[in-house]
Design a binder for this molecule. Structure first.
Ligand code: BYC
Length: 480
């Protein structure tokens, strides 16, 4: 077997020679039934017997790693897939820069590594739990299939982290692996670890915004962990990133199709004012200001996932060579940052302004800046669609101080332009920036399932091309 090929012979598909690693194989086989029970309890509600046209990894070769076929979700071949080991790989940053990458966990960084792996692992099942009700209101079979593809791959990402815990962290790794199946998104007693993963994903516009904004945090964090000096983590994250790309595609094209349908309907009805909300809603599409509010919500919730702007945890992880920067290998500096500074947006005397901070402490801020830049690329594409219809409206990302619960701006209230507001001003204006109950009720009223092959709900345009180049009429899910 080459490292790129995946061995599908045993219970757990893998490219890590699990057959020769009896201890880890047994541990994973023991964990497997609990995982399947979790999937059945907390995975997509209904549809477990349906045949879904899913892709499964057959190799980790960047070209042609996927095979498409109809699969019942509980029979999906979840497995352990790592990108190939790079011969002679060195630790690319921090105090150990230039030393051989670690193939085992360095004792002094064990706790730090375990914490990062557990946090990463926790987000994966959380998102599946958040999205479990959406199948009931899918706008098409195409979208239903994409939802399930995202869900099974998040499940596989959980497997990826659990493999690392089981293989490298002994008894505490096993306990953490169990706990990952016990916590529940939104549960008052045993919530998931990070805030955004305890929020609801109540409708499909939220799902598209989540996969656009929150999965993109996944991309940034995985890119940073893919730089890790702990080689098995780096290799795991590198393969996860190839799957993550599809999730963001689902988000970006999903929002694009919603916007496109709204603009088309407005044009057909001769409505030129995007703020004529009642009239637009009568057309059975989502008005652009409400789409903006959803973007405000999901963007701000996701910014919280970057932690505090100034963080000793982040500094320690970088210094130790455990978590790097976004695409560290493409940056041109000493990769140690001991004497560098980085501008951090802070609240100083009630005003929001930049202040230089030691670059090591400012790594969360830096990753968040890279994230915002990445978000803006797709937003630009959404605006091109609106522009092509000649509608005077532009989707804009809110200021980073808007609606924050973690970090520098969690202490204040700010509007979408970054003006600091009093509590009273915030209560008055909140409904202008975030979805109101009325907005939510309207969106919910549109969420009627459309399960006929080739058909789409009123509020979303069909995709430009099918998955795996399938034609428009293709039955992506055979509902049972
Ligand atoms: N909620 O020093 P700080 C994905 C805690 S998404 C609750 O700033 P640090 C996906 C923090 O734990 C990517 N608590 O923290 C997407 C710390 O507590 P302790 C997931 C929070 O470590 C869609 C304290 O506050 N991966 O993959 O620099 C679908 C001090 O904070 C939060 C990762 O996040 C919060 N938002 O930064 C599916 C990568 N923020 O330890 C999947 C791994 C902070 O002092 N995680 N706290 O008690 C990390 O790199 C870091 O832990 C964080 C936080 C960036 C999350």
């Amino acid at each position: 077997m080459t490292i790129a090929a995946v061995d599908y012979d045993g219970l757990i598909p893998n490219n890590v020679a699990l057959g020769q690693d009896v201890r880890v194989k047994r541990a994973l086989e023991k964990w497997h039934p609990g995982y399947i029970n979790w999937w059945k309890d907390m995975g997509p509600e209904g549809f477990q017997e349906s045949l879904v046209y899913l892709r499964t990894a057959v190799s980790v070769d960047p070209k042609g790693w996927a095979k498409f076929d109809y699969v019942r979700m509980p029979e999906y071949r979840w497995g352990v897939l790592l990108a190939p080991q790079m011969e002679g790989r060195k630790i690319p940053f921090g105090r150990h820069k230039g030393e051989d990458a670690w193939q085992e966990v360095p004792g002094e960084y064990r706790a730090m590594l375990r914490r990062l792996i557990v946090i990463q692992g926790d987000t994966e099942p959380a998102s599946v739990e958040q999205q479990r009700h959406l199948g009931k209101t899918a706008p098409s079979l195409y979208d239903l299939r994409n939802l399930f593809q995202v869900n099974v791959e998040e499940g596989r990402h959980l497997w990826a982290m659990v493999y690392l815990l089981q293989k490298y962290f002994g008894t505490d790794g096993r306990e953490e692996a169990e706990a990952l199946l016990q916590r529940r998104s939104g549960d008052a007693d045993t919530p998931r670890m990070l805030g955004a993963f305890n929020e609801k994903t109540p409708d499909w516009l939220s799902f598209f915004m989540f996969t656009y904004f929150t999965d993109r945090d996944g991309k940034m964090q995985l890119e940073a962990l893919a730089q890790s000096g702990f080689d098995p983590l780096s290799r795991t994250c590198r393969f996860m990133l190839t799957e993550e790309a599809h999730h963001m595609f689902v988000g970006e094209t999903g929002v694009t199709r919603v916007i496109q349908r709204t603009c088309e309907a407005m044009k057909e009805a001769g409505i030129t004012d995007p703020y004529d909300i009642a009239k637009v809603r009568q057309l059975g599409v989502i008005d652009l200001p409400t789409i903006q509010k959803k973007a405000n919500l999901h963007f701000s919730l996701t910014l919280d996932l970057f932690g505090n702007e100034i963080s000793t945890n982040a500094a320690n992880a970088f210094h130790a060579g455990i978590k790097g920067r976004y695409r560290e290998n493409r940056l041109d500096d000493d990769h140690q940052l001991e004497s560098n500074t980085y501008p951090v947006l802070r609240l100083i005397d009630g005003k929001i302004q930049n202040e230089d901070a030691p670059a090591l402490s400012a790594l969360n801020m830096r990753l968040r800046d890279d994230y915002v830049a990445d978000c803006n690329v797709g937003v630009g594409r959404w605006n091109k669609v609106i522009e092509s219809f000649g509608i005077p409206f532009e989707i804009k990302l809110p200021h980073v101080a808007f609606h924050r619960h973690i970090g520098e701006f969690s202490k204040i209230k700010a509007d979408v332009r970054g003006n600091v507001l009093s509590d009273a001003e915030w209560s008055n204006q909140r409904g202008d920036y975030l979805p109101s109950d009325e907005d939510r009720d309207f969106i919910e009223s549109l969420m009627q399932p459309q399960y006929e092959a080739g058909k789409f709900a009123s509020w979303i345009a069909p995709p430009k091309v099918g998955i795996d180049n399938k034609p428009g009429e293709f039955e992506y899910v055979k509902i049972a």
